[in-house]
Write a protein that binds this ligand. Sequence first.
Ligand SMILES: [Zn+2]
Length: 423
Amino acid sequence: MIVVPLGVASATPTAVRHLPSVALWREGSVFLFDCGENAQMRMLQAGIKRSKIECIFITHFDVDHYSGLMGLLSTLQLQRRDKSLTIVGPKGIKEYVEWNINFSGIDLVYDIEFVEIEEGFEHQRVVDGDDYYVEARPLKHSTFCVGYRYQEKDKPGKVDAEKAEKMGISKDEQYKALKAGEDVELEDGTIVKSHDIVGHPRPGDSFAYITDTVYSPNAVKLAMNTNILYHEATFSTDLEDKAHETGHSSTADAARVATEAQTKLLVIGHFSARYTNPYVLLKEAREGFYPTWLANELRPIFTDPTHERGIITPRVEIKDLSKGKSGGKGRGKKHSGKGGKKNYRKRKSKSSGSSKNYKKGNRSSSNNRYKSDSDSRRNKYRKKTYGSSTYSPNIKDKDDSGSSTSSRRKITPRSSYDDFDRF
Ligand SMILES: [Zn+2]
């Protein structure tokens, strides 16, 4: 099983984080949990084929969790998909999709099977495949919201081939029968018992997707003994009041669910836009539950790395939040190449006292080249300080003095966000 976060933002996307969506790959099929805006582009960039989607699970009707759905369905139409698609979500999902299809006058070439979940339910197996199932339970959010658990059914135990051969088993059908738990009668009448040859069944992989909820016992039930629990951690613990007021979890809540459910790995996501550096959230979550990872967009998480590595390879560079490097493409670099290093250095020595002059010169358009070089220097500086992945355009860009570096690195909730940041 491979889990690939496609969008780890919460309600408002940032320059480097997209709206919520997580893809789960298993045995060549893809299961999508939430479908925020850009989910289909992120799949493309992650190297996951959209045609392989079997089911889409929507948690609730806050727009950020389903705003990518119609675009994706339209792409599947243009790809001339021929197999049916299952969409699971709260009651109303069918009406929403069908209304949009009718509105656009699309004559859908593939079937959509809807599974709608009614408010007031306690527990529901929403999909039941040959070797997996998905169950849903209600969570606690400001609107009706559902959490999911994807569970692989137990795998048959391993066959002791050497022992089987010694006991006279030679045909494929005999092996198959033994694996399926049936005893086999040999030609001489000897009975070979399945449990003598086949080991104990191995528990299947499991994954829980819990987002947009305050702490909930149902989250613990869904996540019980999972291999991977993807849980929202929208806020840090110092904003716990805000988290609960808006129907969200803090890092401590996520860690609590993971601890109570005894999951193997907690992956936190759905970060508020105020956290330009989500490592502060990781640090907090690890205080409550150590095996915690940050959801990093496009970076796959494997349950069986020896067999799964290489199956999904991102087609774009993954931005590593821990490093201050960037792709190095863009305006700034181009200009600095033009300007030349010597000039660049010379001007830097002046810059501390000449920011006024620079602005003046710029306004009168008398020194455009200077402006370009200065821009390039700023871009370089940003890359050095934050890396493109953590740079936030909302941070005020004052000057290049050392003192501002520490203040920029400081992670503080900015009150301006509180006015419009809704969850
Ligand atoms: Zn959300």
